[in-house]
Structure formats: C-alpha cells, structure tokens
Design a protein around this ligand. Structure first.
Ligand SMILES: *Cc1c(COP(=O)(O)O)cnc(C)c1O
Length: 239
C-alpha cells in the first residue's frame, strides 16, 4: 500500500528535522544539506504529495520510468521540480537526460560521458552538471571509479565542454557497519579535497548518505543526501 499524502508530508518533515539535527551536531549549517527524495518505483501521486508539502528535489534511477513520471507529475503540480539522475547510466540512454535532469549523480565511466557530450554538442543543449561516482574502498561493488582511476577520469570529463563536474557521489556498501560507513564518507571527502587541489577548481557537491546512513554522511560533509524509504516507505516489488 502506498503511503497517503499526509504520511509522506509527515515523514518528509521528520527526515528534514533529522538531517538538520545531524548538521547542527556536526557544526554545520542545515541549509548546506539538500535532501533528494529518491522516488524510484513510487508513483507520480506520491511525488506530487511531497511536492505539495514544499519539497523540490527528486531522484530517479531508471531513464524510462523517470521520463514518464516527470510527465505524469507535471500533470499533478505546477511546482518547478529539480530532477536528479541517480541510477547507473548506460551510454545508449544518456541522450535522454539533457534538458530533463538538473544533476547527474552517477557518472562513473567514459562511454556515457561521451554520449552525453555528443548529444549536448549536437543539439546545442545547455551544459549539464554531473557528479562522479566513486568507490573509495576500491573493492568490487556496484559502481564507482576507484581512487587510482579518479584523477584521469575527472580530467577526461573536465575536458568535455558539455559537462560540468560539481563533485563526487558515493553509495556505501549496504552491509557495512555505521563506523565503517563513516570512515568511507570521510575518505570521499578527502578524495574531493585532493581533486580540488589538482584541478584548481571547487568541487562543492558531495552526494552521500541514504535512509540508513545519512547521519554519518552529514557528519562527514554531505551536501546532498539521497533518501527514499524514510520518505516514501518501502519500495513496491517490481513485476
Ligand atoms: C534507491 C537509492 C537511494 C535511496 O535508498 P533508501 O535506502 O531507500 O533511502 C539512494 N541512492 C541511490 C543511488 C539509490 O539507488
């Protein structure tokens, strides 16, 4: 059963308070942390409910699902929403993203970056802001560039005029202990700091932290937290 609009508004309010508390506990300004509500597998009315309670940033993982949902949500609300792409990006789907998303969190290989660049150059679309997904533990995991590959990757993407690198994204291994997750979040921040020196430009965005680990991520400097379950409830099973 999907949650009611009131339940979503209440959960969103609670998540905002928890994120703000975590920020204050870390000596940070709560305004420096934006919650991206991850709406994958949840239907347009749930997104519209969150929008009606004032939320503006939403994240989706699957291109087709996202485009259809954006159109459906636009029928339900006039609010101008910021859509984030947070899923694995395939080179053959990248062409659908320009103009439809304000930030791509999950760039971790050259092929989709090149497809994006090509599409943006050929259509005259505005440059897109992107984050590079990293895998600081360097172990076999869902995705992300290893610390060793990161300098060459960031330099290659920075040379593409259609892409603007804003920072890093990280997904902690599901099974890691909170303390281990926090060490990994700190490592991502250090990787970002080192890249800023190398590139001589600011990389202000750190996308890290989900429903179960946003406290540790905010403590280590996350500026975007990607929260699904704590806002929308458990994701419905996919058929
Ligand atoms: C699904 C997803 C989330 C949200 O996870 P929850 O545990 O439901 O908060 C965050 N980030 C990414 C990349 C995801 O795929």
């Amino acid at each position: 059963m999907p949650l009611s609009a009131q339940e979503i508004a209440d959960r969103l309010h609670a998540v905002k308070n928890n994120v703000a508390e975590s920020a204050v506990a870390a000596g940070r300004n709560p305004d420096d942390v934006t919650i991206v509500a991850i709406s994958k597998y949840h239907a347009a009315p749930q997104v519209a409910a969150a929008a009606a309670s004032g939320h503006r940033d939403f994240g989706e993982n699957y291109v087709q699902e996202a485009l259809a949902k954006q159109d459906a949500v636009a029928e339900l609300t006039n609010a101008a929403l910021n859509w984030h792409f947070t899923g694995r990006l395939q080179a053959n789907k990248a062409k659908y993203l320009p103009g439809r998303f304000s930030l791509i969190h999950s760039l971790d290989s050259l092929k989709p970056a090149q497809s994006l660049q090509k599409r943006i150059a050929s259509t005259g679309a505005s440059p897109m802001e992107v984050l590079l997904q990293v895998n600081p533990a360097g172990e076999a995991q869902k995705g992300g560039v290893s610390p060793e590959e990161l300098p060459a990757f960031v330099e290659a993407v920075s040379e593409m005029p259609g892409l603007i690198v804003k920072g890093l994204m990280f997904m902690a291994p599901f099974e890691a202990e909170p303390g281990e997750k926090q060490r990994l979040f700190a490592r991502v921040r250090e990787l970002r700091d080192a890249l800023e020196v190398r590139l001589r430009s600011a990389l202000p965005v750190l996308s890290m932290g989900m429903s179960s680990d946003f406290r540790q991520a905010v403590a280590e400097g996350a500026t975007l937290v990607r929260i699904g379950t704590a806002i929308f409830g458990p994701r419905p099973p996919q058929t």
